[in-house]
Write a protein that binds this ligand. Structure first.
Ligand SMILES: NC(=O)c1ccc[n+]([C@@H]2O[C@H](COP(=O)([O-])OP(=O)(O)OC[C@H]3O[C@@H](n4cnc5c(N)ncnc54)[C@H](O)[C@@H]3O)[C@@H](O)[C@H]2O)c1
Length: 277
């Protein structure tokens, strides 16, 4: 039985300029997504900035540099809805084949700006984290690959997290071991996305589409909320600082480039040396 992807699974890629490619960035109006969008625009992609709110997505798209007249567009919608992801993939492919998909959409539940202990995390909060951090990237990849070129130039990058590989929580004043504020749902969701990244890299290798993950430690964005930047956190990071969004965008640019042509299924740690062995 043929269990691989067949041509009938795949839409006809619309004719477009051989030079122009579309890049989708989900969570593209957020701290990291916005910076990645800017980097991809600078690389010559026509960027579709996808986020919950249409006005925010439009505003982020409008601020991107236009290289060779590339047309950047905003797309607003709740990406936990599989139908919305189907619309997004078709919308992105209207003008040019999809060369890059970056799933930067993500949430981390907080109350009053602080992480929530596991025994106070409600059903709705758990389900929403899984829906946004796991289901949404899966739904979009399931649709978007149909519009991606099979010449080896297309690739997908998922935003994971150091929490995919580390348990979180524990006493705030622990005198030994790693300390991360309690993030049980978030860590579990990112571990699921890491495994999804590896599995989909196998599935999509037949179409020469690479699938990789980036696992940041802390990045200075609004998602950090009021997580205190104190010695408990920073003291664990050998480089003694958090990442800048531009350092995440640089890694995306590398992973989608020809220089990474044999890299797929991996998770690239960007954490200032926090998690090394
Ligand atoms: N900031 C960090 O320290 C850090 C560390 C590790 C990993 N990450 C990951 O990087 C990615 C980007 O993080 P960020 O700091 O830019 O976060 P952010 O909160 O600034 O951006 C996330 C974006 O996702 C959008 N979004 C949320 N739910 C949505 C939905 N249902 N449909 C559509 N859009 C939705 C939000 O509107 C927001 O613009 C996330 O996946 C996050 O988990 C962040």
């Amino acid at each position: 039985m043929d269990v691989t992807i067949t041509e009938s699974t795949v839409q006809a890629v619309p004719a477009g300029s051989t030079l122009t490619r579309t890049a989708i960035v989900t969570g593209g109006a957020g701290g990291i997504g916005r910076t990645i969008s800017r980097r991809l625009a600078a690389e010559g992609y026509a960027v579709v900035v996808a986020d919950l709110n249409q006005a925010a997505a439009d505003q982020a798209a409008a601020g991107l540099p236009e290289i060779d007249g590339a047309d950047h567009r905003g797309f607003g919608g709740d990406l936990t809805d599989s139908g919305v992801n189907r619309e997004l993939a078709a919308f992105a492919a209207e003008t040019a084949p999809i060369g890059v998909l970056v799933n930067a959409v993500g949430i981390s539940p907080k109350r009053n700006g602080r992480k929530i202990p596991f025994f106070e995390l409600g059903d709705d909060a758990w389900n929403q984290v899984m829906a946004v951090n796991v289901s949404a990237p899966f739904f979009l990849i399931r649709e978007a690959f149909r519009y991606m070129p099979t010449d080896g130039s297309a690739s997908i990058v998922n935003l994971l997290s150091i929490t995919a590989k580390l348990g979180t929580g524990g006493p705030a004043d622990a005198g030994f071991g790693l300390y991360l504020p309690s993030s049980v749902a978030y860590g579990a969701s990112k571990a699921a996305l890491q495994n999804l990244t590896a599995s989909l890299s196998h599935e999509l290798a037949v179409r020469r589409i690479r699938v990789n993950g980036i696992a940041p430690g802390f990045v200075q964005t609004p998602m950090m909320g009021e997580v205190p930047i104190d010695e408990r956190l920073l003291g664990q990071v050998p480089m003694k600082r958090f990442a800048k969004p531009e350092e995440i965008a640089d890694a995306v640019a590398f992973l989608i480039s020809d220089q990474a042509s044999y890299i797929t299924g991996t998770s690239l740690d960007i954490n200032g040396g926090w998690l090394t062995c």
